[in-house]
Design a protein around this ligand. Sequence first.
Ligand code: NI
Length: 446
Amino acid sequence: MRAGSGSCWLAAVAAAGFLSSVGAARAADETTLKQLETRAAAELPKMVAWRRDIHAHPELSGQEVRTAKLVADHLRGLGMEVRTGVGGTGVVALLKGGKPGNRVIALRADMDALPVQERTGLPFASKVTARNFGKDTPVMHACGHDGHTAILMGVAEMLAGMRSEFGGTVKFIFQPAEEGRSEHPADPNAPFGAKAMIADGALDKPKVDAIFGLHLAPGPSVGSVGYRVGSMMAGADGFRIKVTGRQTHGSRPWDGVDPIAASAQIINGLQTIVSRQLNISKAPVVVTIGAINGGNRENIIPDTVEMLGTLRTFDNAVRNDAKKRITLTAQSIAAASGATVEVSFTSVAYPPTVNPHPLSAQAVPVLNAVTGGKAIVIPLVSGSEDFSDYQLAVPGFFFILGAPPKGKTTATAAPNHSPLFDFDEDAMAIGARALSALALDQLARQ
Ligand code: NI
């Protein structure tokens, strides 16, 4: 560990007289980190085996039955209190430390795979197909969630072996459906993924004080982790705008109200929200209309036009502001021509992933201690992650576990969601050490 990295084992001792015992504090710190290194190295072959098993048996969002059973059986075998069927197929388990302490720290992994046909050629490559919105579709762990699940199973075993050494509770959250849905729900507004876990009490009983999660990616290099303090990953909101006018003959527009002309103005108006209204020096914003449907022939002005769009934001206040402006802009422009408009934001909504400052200030030194100073500030990530839903409820810190496959670099590795996506399994030991250390560090802050 680098001198002066200031992790909380230091801070905990600091409260008890740090200035007079710097040497002792640092030794305790080193001992815990060394122990985590040894335990993670011993755990790595098991994590690799779990990862390959899960990889060969991927399950789409909301269908993670086999994976959840593998996880629940493992956690029960470690003597934990396990709750299954949380938020659908989610699993939540509690590990209570042997020392006194009231803090509850959650660690989260996502378990779902994607409708992607694997082309990695790996010996444990998926040959699985499953129903995706009613169609048989090839399924692949193309986003590393097999690794996330295996890492957290490893962490569970590491920390269960150390329970006499900490106080408080570690809550393990294995979440389904991070990637969305694989079938149409009876209620389109029913929550899925993190929202469903939260609605089902994953953060309550006992109440979580802080939560941590990670994501495998081709960068940074193996042995490093990437993070940002503040905005890190984009929020994504889908929306639908329905413009209603009054149908008439194309030769007599004055007899009706043209929703196509109004829609054209609305599309341009929406772009001025980004270019003229929002402070882009605070956080970038993207508004996209990706579909527009209305009319069926050249000489009929139709009754209605429907548009589908997405909003991407990196800040929760900007997100809320932009959503209001989208509605106001569409309503005002439609009203100017006598049309009416309905704007609705869909239930497929991911808030931006934002690492709060106080928790980040505690977490980053721990990541640096684990990686030997290789916690790297990365650029904004334009993808989304529903870890952000937990962050809206409790302080949460998310980071990237760098893992380009052996023989590849960040530049040459296939990106997440590619049919060629793979990762260096050695990185799982780093991930397990990092999550364990973050939990122990927080538990020491009684
Ligand atoms: Ni993912």
